[in-house]
Design a protein around this ligand. Structure first.
Ligand SMILES: [Cu+2]
Length: 69
């Protein structure tokens, strides 16, 4: 399990924050996701044997957001 703090671009309101958090928490291997608007970032804890920041970034990118990796 690892925890990473990553900057997220594209979030403009609390709705975005909720959306990103729900997307992340639904992904296999993700244990928790704490998302904030200011600063615009996510703290994600996940099992690195199951998923990766690259995979999670691909998922949020489909929704119009992006992680700065
Ligand atoms: Cu929004």
């Amino acid at each position: 399990m690892q925890t990473n703090q990553v900057e997220i671009t594209g979030m403009t309101c609390d709705g975005c924050v909720r959306t990103v958090r729900m997307i992340l928490e639904k992904q296999p291997g993700v244990q928790s996701a704490v998302v904030t608007l200011s600063p615009s970032q996510a703290e994600v804890s996940f099992d690195e044997n199951v998923t990766s920041l690259e995979t999670l970034n691909a998922v949020v990118s489909k929704m119009g957001y992006a992680m700065k990796l």
